[in-house]
Write a protein that binds this ligand. Structure first.
Ligand code: MF3
Ligand code: CO
Length: 246
């Protein structure tokens, strides 16, 4: 898990540094594929099956009102003012690492810069609660209270998750909930904690491609994710790149 998460983190950092005006989200996805394969890993998203559908891209690139699972498209050209959520899930030696971050293309509106900052901070509020004998609801509650206290909303239809040999394992980790509820956390668990935060309403729906999740009010959304390991006394963040690129 340490090895794969470091790969996932370095791919994410390198890919985020390619987010600039004029680049299409298709280009970004192809760069993501190359960065993953250069490291001897494979995308955990490509061909990922939910029901009868299979995910057709190598990374998830979600722009503005797109929340998660955006599919790179030649028609989507990035420009100033956009916020871009980049989600990289990779498999290496049979294990999966999952991480995401939202980057902005300046100049952006102040409220968007705030949305992104609060989402990242909310991730750390959740991670702080992840420790042995705490419960999933402690993480969920910390994220929800922080986000709503800043005037934004948490997405309820998609959640964080355990991660290991499969990308989505138990337990589910909602970004809303009550303290001291849900499964107990234990040493050795690896979890993907991932607040998805909307500027407006928390309601989301699927776009026409049946994968991309978008806000119903079409206001922007941000997303940050780390894979963490529950140790003896706290959570260690595994998806930290050795070299910071963005
Ligand atoms: N990091 C994404 C998640 O946890 C990966 C999704 S794979 C996809 O939901 F195929 F659904 F894109
Ligand atoms: Co995830």
């Amino acid at each position: 898990m340490r090895e794969v998460c470091e790969i996932a983190a370095s791919v994410l950092a390198d890919l985020c540094s390619e987010v600039k005006p004029g680049v299409t989200t298709y280009d970004l996805d192809q760069m993501g594929k190359r960065l993953i394969e250069e490291r001897g890993a494979v995308s955990a998203c490509y061909n990922y099956k939910i029901g009868s559908k299979r995910y057709p891209a190598y990374t998830c690139i979600s722009v503005n009102e797109e929340v998660v699972h955006g599919i790179g498209s030649l028609k989507k050209v990035l420009r100033a003012g956009d916020i871009v959520s980049v989600d990289v899930s990779v498999e290496f030696n049979g294990f999966i690492g999952d991480n995401a971050k939202t980057v902005v293309i300046e100049p952006v509106a102040d409220e968007i810069r705030r949305l992104v900052k609060v989402t990242e901070e909310a991730l750390y509020k959740g991670i702080e609660k992840a420790r042995p004998n705490a419960r999933v609801g402690d993480i969920s509650h910390a994220i929800q209270v922080y986000v709503e206290g800043k005037g934004f909303s948490v997405v309820r239809d998609f959640v964080g998750h355990g991660v290991g040999r499969s990308i989505h394992e138990e337990p589910q980790i909602p970004n809303f909930g009550r303290p001291d509820t849900g499964p107990k956390l234990r040493r050795g668990m690896t979890l993907a904690i991932e607040p998805m935060v909307n500027l407006g309403s928390s309601d989301v729906e699927y776009a026409e491609d049946e994968w991309t999740v978008i806000t119903v009010d079409r206001k922007p959304s941000a997303h940050f994710e780390h894979t963490v390991l529950i140790t003896d006394e706290f959570a260690e963040i595994l998806t930290i790149p050795k070299k910071i690129a963005c």
